[in-house]
Design a protein around this ligand. Structure first.
Ligand code: ZN
Length: 264
């Protein structure tokens, strides 16, 4: 059976150097080095803290009893307020600032790309950055992890976050099971138009994100610790390793001082 070919960091750096439009598609694996367990992995929050995945992210359960979600969200937000983006999050933000990266498409809800400085982030599964009230329908944007932490902590129904206006239940704009992913069409357009696609930290097993690499005719470099589900093709490469280890070498090859990222 044909296998995906590998590519050295120095050659990946050359691809980045000579591309006019790089796009990154990222999954849970880019954030594990920051200390966020992959929801679905062996150390996933569901497993280690015994949440019921059937109820945590199910939209019908949320409307029936939001506490299932908010018990998880309280721990998750506490985790997020204490962590920093990884080297690779900063690296992508720097590529964008230098004009090499056209955008990030992410499956993650942790907002670490924005924390690292990326502004053009297409969040397929949404995030805690915005919310809407289930009662008055008021929308809230520009929300931070600290805002959620305070709102949950001070809620009379703690940890259930309530609308500051009407005290209805707030729902973060995270995509629950039973809801459509966000901005898929714009993500697909971005990937179709790029001339280098970096797929980082995704095993490409969750639809519809797993379909996106097939929209790219461009050279596609997948870096993931563990396997990946992607049909081999001459323009596709796969490296099975720690993402930060690989991109520290890419950054070094591009002549970028890695401490610039870490110390921002
Ligand atoms: Zn309200």
């Amino acid at each position: 059976m044909q296998e995906l070919r590998t590519i050295k960091p120095t050659d990946c750096a050359e691809l980045i150097r000579h591309s006019s439009s790089v796009v990154a598609l990222t999954g849970a694996g880019i954030s594990t080095a920051a200390g966020i367990p992959d929801f679905r992995g062996p150390q996933g929050l569901y497993v280690t803290r015994r949440y019921d995945p059937e109820k945590v992210f199910d939209i019908r359960w949320f409307h029936r009893e939001p506490r299932h979600f908010y018990e998880f969200a309280w721990d998750f937000i506490n985790l997020l307020t204490a962590i920093r983006p990884t080297f690779t999050h900063f690296f992508l933000a720097q590529l964008a600032a230098a004009g090499n990266l056209d955008g990030v498409v992410t499956q993650n809800i942790d907002m670490l790309h924005q924390l690292a400085g990326s502004s053009k982030v297409n969040e397929l599964h949404g995030s805690y950055g915005s919310a809407s009230c289930c009662s008055c329908r008021r929308k809230y944007a520009g929300l931070t992890h600290s805002w959620w932490h305070e709102t949950m902590r001070n809620s009379p129904l703690m940890p259930i976050a309530l609308c500051p206006e009407c005290k209805g239940v707030l729902k973060p704009e995270i995509v629950f099971f039973g809801e459509m992913v966000k901005s898929y069409d714009s993500a697909e357009r971005l990937i179709t138009d790029c001339d280098l696609l970096l797929v980082l930290g995704s095993s490409l097993t969750v639809t519809p994100a797993s379909l996106l690499p097939y929209a790219a005719l461009a050279i596609t470099v997948v870096v993931n610790k563990g396997g990946v589900t992607l049909e081999p093709a001459p323009h596709r490469f796969f490296i099975n390793c720690e993402i930060d280890d690989y991109f520290k070498k890419v950054a070094s090859s591009l002549g970028v001082n890695s401490t610039d990222y870490i110390c921002r």
